[in-house]
Design a protein around this ligand. Structure first.
Ligand code: ZN
Length: 384
């Protein structure tokens, strides 16, 4: 038994006996290992050192290595209670925290802004950091801010987070714009022109279809799962999957318990509502409020029904409806209170791949899910 299999707890014994974990790990070592969405940088803002292995949270460098994931998309998640200039300030604070990680660990991680960068950095056995923005409210209704984010290396943005922006409806809010406004369509066009990937996770169904009608480039749905299995607004319907495939885009499967198992979905609903209230705070006081809110959200691992087998069911469904070329991983690590059992953090990723091997996925297919699909979109949008 390899050192790795003995380090993975809670994995069905049969996977070890059949050598599937060892096979999973071997193929993952040769794959790109792209995860379309992690929220780990918010933990750096709160003082976490990613160079060390932690028990808390889901991602750090040692656990990325154990899990054979090499190219996470680092999202700058700005909670919706940051608005206007405060949202811009928070985005820059997260970018600055990212830079401190890049500067401190130059031998272990490097900024990637193109597909060629991702391939080169992963080949050199460093972590490729692809930077994304979570929430269109971060541009404060100003395309000049969007263009400046591009200059700072950010290459993707979700049009909304948990509330509507002034120009796009969110999946978790009451519709206010019937999808995208004219300015919202301008945002999509400007992202196309710059070479920024339009991310349709978190948007309402109407915003999703409006954005697809406007974009001339493939899009991503970086961290959502299947509505056919867990019927929450944040997940994608079969019709959305077919439209995404037609666009040439990719969906990354979210590991959050409520996204995966309907029995856990009720708990997710109450957690999402906790973010609704916008305090009238600014500066340091607002940052402290955000830190306390994060403590509340991520403080304790709730009791979870969802399992790694359930996550594999979502991948099966997405592959069946959208096709193998349109599915990836979008764990949402460090952005969700609790992940599925058996996928408690990124170090457990080989367990998921072992389950998929057992279900008959070929190595070529798994490499698509582990990054080739996302890489194709990065190449088509960023141009390199
Ligand atoms: Zn999210």
């Amino acid at each position: 038994m390899s050192a790795l299999s003995s380090s993975i707890q809670g994995v069905p014994e049969s996977l070890r006996e059949e050598g599937l974990l060892a096979r999973a790990r071997k193929l993952m070592a040769e794959a790109l290992g792209i995860d379309g969405h992690i929220d780990t940088i918010q933990r750096v803002v709160m003082g976490e050192d990613l160079g060390k292995r932690h028990d808390a949270g889901h991602v750090d460098f040692p656990r990325l290595r154990e899990g054979e994931m090499h190219a996470p998309f680092f999202a700058f998640w700005v909670p919706v209670f940051f608005q206007g200039a405060e949202a811009v300030r928070r985005t820059l604070d997260l970018r600055d925290a990212m830079q401190s990680v890049l500067n401190t660990y130059q031998d272990r991680i490097e900024l990637a802004t193109t597909a060629a960068d991702i391939e080169r950095i992963v080949k050199a056995h460093r972590i490729a950091a692809f930077l994304t923005i979570e929430g269109g409210h971060t541009i404060a209704d100003d395309l000049r801010v969007l263009r400046t984010y591009y200059l700072l290396g950010m290459r993707s943005m979700t049009l909304t987070h948990a509330r509507n922006t002034n120009w796009a409806d969110s999946a978790n809010d009451t519709p206010a714009h019937n999808g995208l406004t004219d300015f919202g369509k301008q945002v999509v066009r400007e992202m196309n022109r710059l070479g920024m990937i339009v991310d349709l996770a978190h948007v309402s169904d109407k915003t999703f279809y409006d954005a697809l009608a406007v974009t001339t480039k493939p899009v991503i749905v970086s961290h959502s799962s299947m509505r056919a299995i867990s019927n929450v607004p944040r997940n994608a319907s079969d019709d959305m999957l077919r439209a995404l495939a037609k666009n040439g885009g990719v969906i990354g499967i979210n590991f959050g318990m409520g996204f995966i198992n309907p029995k856990d979905a009720e708990k997710l609903r109450s957690a999402t509502n906790a973010e609704a209230e916008a305090p009238t705070l600014t500066g340091k006081a607002l940052d402290e409020y955000a830190a306390k809110n994060a403590q509340k959200l991520f403080g304790e691992r709730a009791s979870v029904v969802a399992t790694v087998e359930d996550v594999a069911d979502h991948i099966d469904h997405a592959v069946r409806i959208a096709g193998i070329d349109h599915v990836g991983i979008g764990s949402d690590f460090d952005g969700i209170a609790a992940t599925a059992n058996g996928l408690e953090d990124v170090s457990k990723m080989p367990a998921l791949i072992a389950v998929l091997l057992k279900r008959g996925y070929g190595e070529g297919d798994l490499k698509k899910i582990l990054g080739k699909n996302f890489l194709r979109v990065v190449r088509q949008v960023t141009g390199e």
